[in-house]
Design a protein around this ligand. Sequence first.
Ligand SMILES: Cc1cc2nc3c(=O)[nH]c(=O)nc-3n(C[C@H](O)[C@H](O)[C@H](O)COP(=O)(O)OP(=O)(O)OC[C@H]3O[C@@H](n4cnc5c(N)ncnc54)[C@H](O)[C@@H]3O)c2cc1C
Ligand SMILES: *[C@@H]1O[C@H](CO)[C@@H](O)[C@H](O)[C@H]1NC(C)=O
Ligand SMILES: *[C@@H]1O[C@H](CO)[C@@H](O)[C@H](O)[C@H]1NC(C)=O
Ligand SMILES: *[C@@H]1O[C@H](CO)[C@@H](O)[C@H](O)[C@H]1NC(C)=O
Ligand SMILES: *[C@@H]1O[C@H](CO)[C@@H](O)[C@H](O)[C@H]1NC(C)=O
Ligand SMILES: *[C@@H]1O[C@H](CO)[C@@H](O)[C@H](O)[C@H]1NC(C)=O
Ligand SMILES: *[C@@H]1O[C@H](CO)[C@@H](O)[C@H](O)[C@H]1NC(C)=O
Ligand SMILES: *[C@@H]1O[C@H](CO)[C@@H](O)[C@H](O)[C@H]1NC(C)=O
Ligand SMILES: *[C@@H]1O[C@H](CO)[C@@H](O)[C@H](O)[C@H]1NC(C)=O
Ligand SMILES: *[C@@H]1O[C@H](CO)[C@@H](O)[C@H](O)[C@H]1NC(C)=O
Length: 639
Amino acid sequence: MRTLSLLAVLCLAAAKLAISARHDINRYAVKRHVHELADAYDFVIVGGGTAGLTIADRLTEAFPEKNLLVVEYGQVEYAPGTWDPPKVVWGETGGGAGTWQLSSTPSPELNNQTAFVIVGKTVGGSSAVNGMVFDRGSRHDYDAWDKLQDDTHDRPRWNWNTLYPFFKKSTTFTVPPLEVVKKHNYTWDLSAWGNSTPIYASMPPFQWSDHQTVRDAWIEMGIHNMKECADGNKENLCWVPCSADPIMMRRSYSGLGHYAYVSNWTNYHLLVKHQGVRLVYPGGNPKAGPPIVEIRSVENGTLSNVTARADVILSAGVFGSTAVLQRSGIGPATFLKSLNIPVVLDLPGVGSNLHDHSGPVVSWNYVTTPDFHGPMPSDLLNTTFTAWATAAFNETPAQGPYTLAMSNSAIWISLVNMTADAPAIISRIRSLSNSNGTLYLPPEYGSDPTLVAGYRAQLSVLAELLGNPHAPSLESAIATGTRLAACALHPLSRGTVRLNGTDRLSSPILDYRSASNPIDMTLHLVHLRYLRKTVHTETLRRLTAVEVAPGVDLQTDEQLIKYIRAQTTQSYMHPCCTTAMLPLNQGGVVGPDLRVHGASGLRIVDAGIYPILPSAHLSATTYAVAERAASIFIEQWRK
Ligand SMILES: Cc1cc2nc3c(=O)[nH]c(=O)nc-3n(C[C@H](O)[C@H](O)[C@H](O)COP(=O)(O)OP(=O)(O)OC[C@H]3O[C@@H](n4cnc5c(N)ncnc54)[C@H](O)[C@@H]3O)c2cc1C
Ligand SMILES: *[C@@H]1O[C@H](CO)[C@@H](O)[C@H](O)[C@H]1NC(C)=O
Ligand SMILES: *[C@@H]1O[C@H](CO)[C@@H](O)[C@H](O)[C@H]1NC(C)=O
Ligand SMILES: *[C@@H]1O[C@H](CO)[C@@H](O)[C@H](O)[C@H]1NC(C)=O
Ligand SMILES: *[C@@H]1O[C@H](CO)[C@@H](O)[C@H](O)[C@H]1NC(C)=O
Ligand SMILES: *[C@@H]1O[C@H](CO)[C@@H](O)[C@H](O)[C@H]1NC(C)=O
Ligand SMILES: *[C@@H]1O[C@H](CO)[C@@H](O)[C@H](O)[C@H]1NC(C)=O
Ligand SMILES: *[C@@H]1O[C@H](CO)[C@@H](O)[C@H](O)[C@H]1NC(C)=O
Ligand SMILES: *[C@@H]1O[C@H](CO)[C@@H](O)[C@H](O)[C@H]1NC(C)=O
Ligand SMILES: *[C@@H]1O[C@H](CO)[C@@H](O)[C@H](O)[C@H]1NC(C)=O
């Protein structure tokens, strides 16, 4: 009991710091003009987002005698994300300050619809604007990353066992108050968590009153309630913390936990409102690094150069880092030549391997609106309720609906557990991997044997993952309401990211090619058929639920495929893998020490280096990857 109350006091102090830091963030030592910079830096990090600020914090701490610069496109600001209050109606889209809102080119298999993708453009990057679902993938996901690397003996290993300590290091989990635990039946296993870094994982004190209904429906379907899902065993029905501080339940993100709280280092400069344009290698020789970093003022377009003595680290996110490389002449030679960009390094993998979580929805109505005996999102249309919600959010500790971000519970289900057809689907994937037939890849892959080899290797690993009864293929999250997304966790389709030839400084062109591999359509079908069972459970039928979408009239594969083509969300905001950690002869861009293949003084650390997606939202993995990367870099630089 004593330990608990001491913990509560500590958390309260931390929470107060979080609030004051947010209001006073401008007093921190931010640079806005190039004339404020040093002549040279040991480390230059391009992109002050989730990974970039984590690395910067660790390097600065490890090397107080060296100096470091982070160049960030966005502003140091509080950039409310889609899920940050105050809101008129819960879930309403945020204002878009601090984000890029991108559209892909049309995806032919999905009726030429475009993917809509939001990307953080602010100090803290996407962690400053995301949905705050703070989950880790399955151990099998990260073990799959390891299987895709070549078998050099002394390489750093990337698998669950090597990442788990960094997952723990990267966050602080706080035990929720007893009354909250009792109210929602929250469970956890403290041994999966750490408490050394002020990036907080916390359980919200609030749930909408219809929330338990869907959980009950899932339990009725035989899905077990798990005690903890952050320990590598990511399956069944899970509680997931929000990335929020434990008392005030405000967003916890890298801009606070890895910058504002630690910004007093004199060796650490953060330059905002500047874009990393390109890297310039002396004489165009990629072995003569580290490269010079050319930066551009976002305000007036003025270009300047920054010199790195040891390493340049790209952490500009999946699209940002890809664009910087391509502008630098590091990427697919044929494409670079088509834009008259001198080829410094022919790396076909730069901008390939794009994939994301996607899927259609299942929805229902109640014939007779049930009384859920408590608050419902519709209450937020009532100004009296909203005033209460706002006041409750400003209490200490915070209460009420605004403490719950997007959702904090979801199911993760394996293919094997959803369909008896799983073995047939797996064997289709295996035969695709081994065949000489079409791999449904982007035309750009055609001429490059390394990209094709890398993709075949991915297929083989994905067949193993999807055949594993403990490795999920479907995620569906619930907070409230009558809509569930059938999110496909391990897609086979691959897209590309390419500079826009007419405006190279702008965001690149995303070609999602969603469902271009027909097996993805089969996976969506399985997920949809399984998830719609939720609506037909006794639990929901008792409450007069009737299926609205896809709708009971749609039963055949043909009908459901037509529905999927029309109703699939192509991005659940988890783009990844376009600068993948894979061997060079497998279309990789970085090796296991995150150095760019064939380039010196250049590393990449962001969600672009994942070889394949994990079964999780990406921020927790990105923090853990950045923590592990920092420890690898520090060890190497100490030598
Ligand atoms: C709307 C939304 C909702 C999401 N929901 C969740 C969720 O609920 N849970 C979860 O875990 N994950 C979620 N994610 C995903 C997760 O937040 C991201 O995958 C992760 O934060 C990516 O980290 P990163 O370091 O790769 O990139 P980022 O955090 O995006 O950082 C990249 C940084 O680089 C900057 N930058 C880009 N280009 C340049 C340049 N040329 N020069 C200088 N700076 C540049 C950007 O401004 C940004 O600050 C969501 C993402 C979004 C956008
Ligand atoms: C351009 O903007 C930067 C950053 O705001 C400023 O330092 C610089 O003086 C400006 N240059 C010109 C030519 O206006
Ligand atoms: C998608 O666009 C292409 C090119 O414009 C066109 O040929 C095709 O018919 C379109 N498909 C659908 C389903 O509209
Ligand atoms: C919590 O668990 C108890 C005991 O298992 C059960 O009686 C109660 O209904 C549960 N409450 C919720 C909200 O699930
Ligand atoms: C930063 O360091 C200076 C000098 O060491 C000190 O005076 C100041 O209070 C510190 N600021 C913060 C926010 O810790
Ligand atoms: C940066 O350095 C490169 C290589 O020396 C040079 O080509 C370029 O013009 C420089 N840019 C600026 C803005 O000084
Ligand atoms: C609005 O909310 C208040 C407080 O919860 C409640 O008393 C009132 O009846 C609600 N008004 C309407 C129109 O629902
Ligand atoms: C699949 O079902 C088995 C047996 O019920 C269960 O142990 C396992 O946790 C389930 N896993 C997933 C990912 O669905
Ligand atoms: C594809 O065909 C070529 C030539 O017939 C052969 O050398 C190669 O091994 C085949 N590859 C696969 C994966 O079957
Ligand atoms: C490329 O940039 C131009 C100029 O900004 C813009 O009009 C066009 O829409 C962009 N193309 C794509 C596919 O985004």
